[in-house]
Write a protein that binds this ligand. Structure first.
Ligand code: ZN
Length: 278
């Protein structure tokens, strides 16, 4: 009867050892970049081969163990990231977003049809929206999302992420991009590698490009004058993808740059950091 006793002891040992193991491996889900804040993008690193869920939902992991998490403008929900490692151990990381206050921005003198679109264009607006949602829905396995982002244009920031917008005195949806004023036809460079998912002329945003950085992270560039890329093109960081314009609902030449994690709106200023001096 030595064997059962040994097995029992072994089990007891394993039981004792498990909590120790998970303590010993604390930090096996690391935050490589970013912070838990509304509008924030976090690059996570776990062991290669580990499986990750965020609030119970499977999330993509690169072969190197990289993954992404993010918070929408008003998210207050804590994200619980759980890893299941190849050796069977599990790990947990709790991300509770810090909340932010957003400024109010009033813009007057916009053409009426841009603030309250006439019924005849509602169909077009609905179609535009579907195009953009589809362009941002790609869950591609490229890992550009984990690299550092640079500013696509340097200029004066005239609109920030999250601001409550009052257009011609009417409350409208918050602003989800960062507006950078720059002369018309200033070249726009890709902030990171990506795959072009959309190049379209839309009612509100004019000529618009969506660039897929992998795992649901995408950049959108609005109001362009010219576009130099086509759907499916693989773009390297720094490549010229178009030029600054004022197409769509715009009061002057500027680039409106947005970053999404699928449908979640992230703050490009948090992702790219302070704009370098020109
Ligand atoms: Zn804007």
């Amino acid at each position: 009867m030595v064997l059962p006793i040994l097995l029992h002891r072994l089990r007891f040992l394993i039981f004792l050892t498990l909590p120790y193991l998970s303590l010993g491996q604390a930090g096996a889900i690391e935050i490589l970049n970013g912070q838990a804040i509304q509008g924030g993008l976090l690059v996570l690193k776990t062991k290669p081969g580990s499986k990750l869920t965020i609030n119970g939902k499977k999330t993509m992991v690169t072969p190197q163990g990289l993954a992404v998490a993010g918070f929408h403008r008003d998210d207050t929900t804590t994200l619980i990231v759980q890893a299941k490692h190849p050796n069977g151990t599990t790990e947990k990381l709790v991300l509770k977003p810090s909340t932010r206050n957003y400024p109010e921005q009033r813009i007057d003198g916009l053409p009426t049809e841009m603030v309250t679109p006439p019924p005849v264009v509602l169909e077009r607006i609905a179609r535009d929206r579907k195009l953009v949602i589809a362009a941002r829905a790609h869950a591609s396995s490229i890992n550009a999302f984990a690299g550092s982002f640079s500013w696509p244009v340097k200029g004066i920031v005239t609109g920030v992420y999250g601001s409550r917008r009052i257009l011609n005195g009417k409350p409208r949806a918050p602003h989800y991009g960062i507006d950078i004023a720059a002369p018309e036809n200033t070249p726009i460079s890709a902030p990171q590698d990506g795959i072009v998912r959309m190049v379209s002329d839309l009612y509100f945003t004019g000529w618009t490009i969506v660039l897929d950085h992998g795992h649901g992270v995408s950049s959108t560039f609005l109001h362009l004058k010219k576009t130099f890329v086509s759907v499916g093109n693989k773009i390297r960081k720094g490549a010229k993808i178009g030029t600054v314009g004022s197409t769509g609902r715009s009061t002057g030449a500027h680039l409106d740059w947005r970053i999404n994690l699928f449908e979640k709106r992230l703050d490009p200023a948090l992702v790219a950091g302070p704009m370098p001096s020109q």
